[in-house]
Design a protein around this ligand. Structure first.
Ligand code: GLN
Length: 388
């Protein structure tokens, strides 16, 4: 067998950096500020709803292919309550195995071999994999320090006759950039003028700090060309449950469901009932969570700055980007590889997300700050030993 085992489209994808770094954290007993997951679970009443669902026999057998009706109704209710958007829970909402599956199913459904897909670079790693699986060609709109804002004139100039899809993410992982209303409207105008489809990964929609999250779906003319994606893992702090959703017109949902049914078919039955209950939480749940994370962001930003990192303060997500160049370091991958042994802390080299312009991210590192304040303080203490 001369051929490599892994199909050529996936060549070089290897193991996701999140899994690699979490394994390093466990092996070295380090504080894990790498993979983005909170160290405090979501609301106990939601956890109890999951346990109750299992014991009551709700969702222990295959749920419906599109998700349990209670959760589809709850997602539709959330879109209405938060954004004034009306979706039919039966035809326009699809429950998935996390936002990750929703993105994969949408890309595989909408992209033909040879199609070009424009996405923000640094890319969340699964986008690169999904575009490759579909046989598409990724086209980077590179976000650069210090503010990581997209150059929308450049976006328009990247569009060719082969461009099929904009795969967007705001609040953006890893940079924490949040598209403004004006940028969102301009992107909508570009998508409409060039007749493009759009997928928006809005996993961090509620994690913004003093800026608003403006769903692209709220802009006139977008509904027929847009798949919007959300995440219970990120919104309710149950990342292991892997419950996500897509909202779109019936045609688009039907296309995404076609691929989704052959990926997992369905998943997480009892968790779907629990997440439906989570959507009953009052508005204060969301505002408290954002306020709590904002304080943690400020703690990390100040602490990292004091140590000597360059700090790019995020407007959203629970990630902060730091530049190691001021510390005399040149290679984020090498820095993160050795950081567990040097300091007992794990971080993610953002450089790995700059697949097409590695120089732009060579010295950028991502720290997750969705951890208890004492854990963040301990991590900062350990990091300060690096410069002592
Ligand atoms: N979204 C999480 C992050 O960016 C990781 C999820 C995963 O490991 N696939 O850290």
């Amino acid at each position: 067998m001369n051929r490599p085992l892994l199909n050529r489209r996936l060549d070089g994808l290897g193991n996701t950096i999140f899994g690699v770094m979490s394994a390093r954290a466990v092996a070295t007993n380090s504080i894990n500020l790498g993979q983005g997951f909170p160290d405090v679970d979501g609301p106990p009443l939601v956890a109890k709803a999951a346990a109750d669902a299992v014991l009551a026999g709700q969702g222990n057998q295959y749920p419906p292919a599109t998700g349990v009706p209670e959760l589809r109704q709850a997602v539709a209710g959330h879109q209405r309550r938060c954004y004034g958007l009306d979706y039919d829970p039966d035809a326009e909402v699809l429950i998935t195995a996390g936002a990750t599956e929703a993105i994969a199913a949408a890309v595989l459904a909408l992209v033909e071999p040879g199609d070009e897909v424009i996405a923000f670079e640094p890319y969340y790693d699964s986008y690169v994999a999904n575009i490759a699986m579909a046989g598409g060609t990724r086209v980077p709109l590179t976000l650069k320090a210090p503010d990581f804002r997209p150059d929308l004139a450049r976006l328009e100039s990247l569009i060719t006759g082969k461009t099929r899809l904009l795969l967007l993410n705001s609040p953006h992982n890893p940079t924490g950039m949040v598209l403004t209303r004006a940028e969102t409207e301009q992107i909508a105008r570009i998508a409409i003028d060039h007749d493009l489809l759009v997928i928006t990964d809005e996993a961090y929609e509620h994690l913004t700090f003093d800026v608003e999250h403006v769903p692209l779906a709220t802009v006139d003319g977008m509904r027929g060309r847009l798949v919007s994606i959300g995440s219970a893992g990120k919104t309710f702090s149950f990342t292991g449950w892997k419950v996500g959703w897509a909202t779109a017109t019936p045609d688009l949902i039907s296309a995404v469901r076609t691929t989704k049914q052959f990926l997992t078919y369905v998943s997480g039955g009892p968790f779907q009932y629990a997440v439906a209950r989570a959507f009953d939480l009052p508005d204060s749940y969301y505002t408290d969570m954002a306020a709590d994370l904002k304080a943690k962001r400020d703690l990390m930003a100040a602490g990292l700055r004091e140590i000597g990192f360059g700090v790019y303060q995020p407007d959203g997500t629970y990630f902060i980007t730091a530049d190691i160049a001021p510390l005399g370091e040149r290679d984020a991958m090498e820095f993160c590889r050795t950081l567990p042994d040097r300091a007992g802390v794990v971080a993610i080299p953002s450089s790995v997300f700059y697949d097409d312009h590695p120089d732009e991210g060579a010295t950028l590192v991502r720290f997750a700050f969705c951890k208890r304040p004492e854990v963040l303080k301990e991590a900062l203490g350990r990091l300060s030993a690096l410069v002592r």
